[in-house]
Design a binder for this molecule. Structure first.
Ligand code: ATP
Length: 336
């Protein structure tokens, strides 16, 4: 192996820079050159590249974003586009490509591998944590910290004014950020895709829960975490619907892209570093078509297609804990 390429693709995630750094430093250790294509698959199509060596990656691991830029590329989905990308990679004599991104980016990597002979390794970089085959993904821990921090701040003002707040978090079609941030902040309720699929909450059931909580506690705040795409009209609409029924101030708060920025947590920096090193080691071993992830204390590889074809579930234990802690009806029946 003489030369590898790296891209960051799809939604950016805190820790991507730490991963780029690990790839570059590890490759350099083995005398392998690294080229980055900028703006994800768009860079492969536009032949927009730069060489990366130690000097380019000094002191970047503490910053979110990605020094080689990320993007989405609709046109890359065409067979001709993958062929064009393959030609560009071959022109640079690239032996292997590291794709840091989410499930869409891995579909892209798989698509490319049908048209290119080089090795392709995926590294899970997405705040959503929705990839099968890795306990967690680069950026997830930081996004949860950011959401928790916001929820703590919301609690301060909610409690002062006895208000209901609906805080909308990211996660795409998975409730990992929602569940973790709700647990970490002690939110009274959470609306997550996995739970909505099983037993959807209605305005009436939410109102009943809020009234039950307030009956038990007296004056009190009520904070609900809402995963994106889980309520028509989102947190803004749900707040209006609740306010109509409760005649109490109900406020929406959309965390949006704040969850993609900020200083990556130690966990994300370490995870990104481990996976970046692992990706290069796999390339040196001749491996291709897998995602480099973690399982328990160790490292694990999963065929790219499995990462999106199989579903990673929420921890039922966590869901049960979170729901049992906020069951005021049962609590009052027990005479407390
Ligand atoms: P995140 O979920 O964190 O936003 P992601 O990697 O899933 O990240 P996507 O926008 O879904 O982000 O995908 C990134 C890029 O991967 C797309 O813009 C496209 O270039 C490529 N891609 C996605 N799906 C496919 C596909 N089916 N075939 C080929 N390329 C794809």
């Amino acid at each position: 192996i003489q030369r590898i390429a790296v891209i960051t693709s799809g939604g950016d995630a805190p820790g991507m820079n730490a991963c780029i750094r690990a790839v570059v430093l590890t490759a350099q250790h083995y005398g392998i050159e690294v080229l980055a294509f900028r703006h994800g698959y768009e860079g492969l199509l536009n032949n927009d590249w730069q060489r990366l060596d130690e000097t380019n990656v000094l002191h970047i691991l503490q910053y979110s974003g990605t020094i080689i830029k990320s993007a989405r590329s609709e046109r890359f989905k065409q067979a001709e586009a993958a062929q064009e990308a393959a030609r560009n990679l071959d022109a640079h004599q690239i032996d292997a490509l590291v794709v840091i991104g989410g499930d869409g980016s891995f579909r892209g990597a798989d698509h490319l591998s049908h048209h290119w002979d080089g090795q392709v390794i995926g590294v899970p970089g997405t705040i959503d944590n929705d990839l099968f085959g890795s306990d967690d993904t680069i950026g997830y821990s930081t996004a949860v910290e950011t959401a928790m921090d916001a929820l703590d701040k919301i609690r301060d003002t909610a409690e002062a004014m006895d208000r209901v707040f609906i805080v909308e978090v990211m996660g795409r079609h998975a409730g990992f950020i929602g569940l973790s941030s709700a647990m970490a902040s002690g939110a009274e309720r959470m609306i997550l895709p996995e739970l909505q699929r099983e037993k959807p909450l209605t305005v009436a059931s939410i109102v009943k829960h809020i009234e039950a909580v307030q009956r038990v506690r007296g004056d009190s705040s009520y904070v609900m975490v809402l995963s994106e795409h889980q309520w028509p009209g989102g947190a803004v609409r749900l707040a209006e619907q609740l306010e109509d029924r409760l005649h109490l101030p109900c406020r929406p708060c959309l965390l949006g892209h704040t969850q993609r920025g900020g200083r990556p947590t130690a966990h994300d920096r370490i995870l990104a570093t481990r996976l970046g090193v692992h990706a290069v080691q796999l390339i040196r071993q001749g491996v291709s078509g897998v995602m480099a992830g973690t399982s328990g204390q160790g490292l694990a590889e999963t065929p790219l297609a499995e990462t999106w074809q199989k579903r990673k579930g929420l921890s039922q234990e966590w869901v049960d804990i979170q729901q049992s802690l906020f069951n005021p009806v049962k609590k009052s029946k027990n005479g407390s």
